[in-house]
Write a protein that binds this ligand. Structure first.
Ligand SMILES: [Zn+2]
Length: 163
């Protein structure tokens, strides 16, 4: 009788330990970000999206703002990296370069860029290769998951974070 009780107790203990470990590892996974509702737009490298034009010599120059007329490195982000699907522009005062995000409908991405209109905690701009894709995104309000600093980049099409 007492032996059975001990076994039951041990089994219960084992379940608690295993369960605890599982919860611990789940917490470390992509489910551990916080969520913030944001207004999310999209952009591509085109002159319209990135405020550049060709000068009389056919070279791209910045077409607006205080750097107007200066040479423009088309497709290069504010972080110096080449833009690619998964590149996200954010206000880096709140979301520093390298912050991993999950945007429903877009997938995972990394903050690698900034934008003149992208100010505050509730604005993002998603990079697409073509203007058509960026237009198709339009402007959406979605709940974005923000992962803690030091989170390694996650493939754009990985499965959504568990909530
Ligand atoms: Zn564009």
């Amino acid at each position: 009788m007492q032996g059975k009780f001990v076994i039951l107790l041990l089994a219960l203990l084992a379940v608690c330990i295993l369960g605890g470990c599982t919860m611990f590892f789940l917490d470390q996974g992509p489910g551990s970000g916080r969520r913030v509702r944001m207004e999310v737009t999209a952009y591509c490298p085109c002159g319209k999206c990135c405020s550049w034009t060709l000068d009389k010599n056919g070279r791209p120059v910045i077409s607006a703002g205080k750097s107007k007329g200066k040479p423009k490195a088309v497709g290069i982000t504010a972080s110096g990296k080449r833009a690619h699907p998964g590149t996200i522009a954010a206000d880096t005062r709140y979301y520093p370069m390298g912050t991993v995000l999950y945007v429903p409908g877009y997938g995972y991405g990394v903050v690698e860029d900034r934008g003149g209109d992208i100010k505050g905690r509730h604005r993002l701009d998603l990079y697409y290769n073509t203007h058509n894709e960026a237009r198709q995104w339009g402007r959406r309000r979605v709940d974005v998951t923000i992962f803690p600093p030091g989170t390694a980049p996650i493939p754009q099409n990985a499965r959504p974070p568990s909530l």
